[in-house]
Design a protein around this ligand. Structure first.
Ligand code: KIV
Length: 271
């Protein structure tokens, strides 16, 4: 493998290679077949079926209500649209917190039923043994530390994590624990760029940042956020690469107008 263009299917080995070469890794979320196909054909390396679907697809306040069955349903649609990217699936709240065996069984269920390539779970030291058990069975695991949305009620807010020394050291310990447990990559969410830089420099596995600055080995965003579909949500770490909410609204208004004025369908659009 000499250049990114030659990558056939993105695997954990590809990601390790990209980190070694200093080539940044791009990650976006998808929850459906069409979006996943577009992202894949555009060349994204990782498609995350995030439990953020609880917010942006289901309209919930938090990710907590998302179930295993829902993650599996969405992932089955996503994997059908993907030929090249690695598909990583979030393990939803309470699918791995109860016990190591429960987490192991649910990770196995995701792999058996969805054609995905890896699972992601939130937490550091406290989930390290679960990560170890899952990876030892041959299932790649992506870690997720910093602001972990499944713990929102414990944190009390979506504020940045790791600003004071004590919390920063805790996040550093979490990062090391996730790597030592065998994870192939780790998401760093909403932590200071300086801390993300330190973690990225001290780990051999790639770090994927969201609100964690430019020094991470890759970046992830929630697709409806970066496409400007989620208009009420604009934290500073989200860049709008499009304004699809406005475009869709314009198109729909035009359609309504055409229907009302009998301008749609035309003779050519009729049988
Ligand atoms: O659920 C999700 O989309 C995520 C990303 C924000 C990293 O976990």
């Amino acid at each position: 493998m000499s250049t990114e263009k030659e990558i056939k299917r993105v695997t954990t080995k590809t990601l390790a290679f990209l980190k070694k070469k200093g080539i940044k890794i791009s990650v976006l979320t998808a929850y459906d077949f069409i979006t996943a196909s577009i992202l894949d054909q555009a060349g994204i390396e990782i498609i995350l079926v995030g439990d953020s679907l609880g917010n942006v697809f289901q309209g919930n306040e938090t990710t907590l209500p998302v179930t295993m069955d829902e993650m599996i349903y969405h992932t089955k649609a996503v994997t059908k649209g993907v030929n090249r990217a690695m598909v990583v699936v979030d393990m939803p709240f309470m699918s791995y917190q109860l016990s190591i065996d429960e987490g192991f069984r649910n990770a196995g269920r995701i792999m058996k039923e969805t054609s995905a390539s890896a699972v992601k779970l939130e937490g550091g030291v406290r989930v390290a043994d679960t990560i170890k058990k899952i990876t030892e069975a041959g299932i790649p695991v992506m870690g997720h530390i910093g602001l972990t949305p499944q713990s929102i009620h414990q944190f009390g807010s979506y504020r940045e994590r790791g600003k004071d020394v004590e919390e920063a050291n805790e996040i550093l310990r979490d990062a090391k624990a996730v790597e030592d447990a065998g994870a192939f990559a780790i998401v760093l969410e909403k932590i200071p760029a300086s801390l993300a830089k330190k973690i990225t420099g001290s780990l051999t596995i790639p770090t994927i940042g969201i609100g964690a600055g430019v020094h991470c080995d890759g970046q992830v965003l929630v697709t409806p956020d970066m496409l400007g579909l989620n208009v009420d949500f604009h934290p500073r770490f989200v860049r709008h690469y499009a304004n699809l909410a406005e475009e869709i609204s314009t198109a729909v208004k035009k359609y309504i107008d055409n229907v009302k004025n009998k301008e749609f369908p035309s003779d050519e659009e009729s049988y």
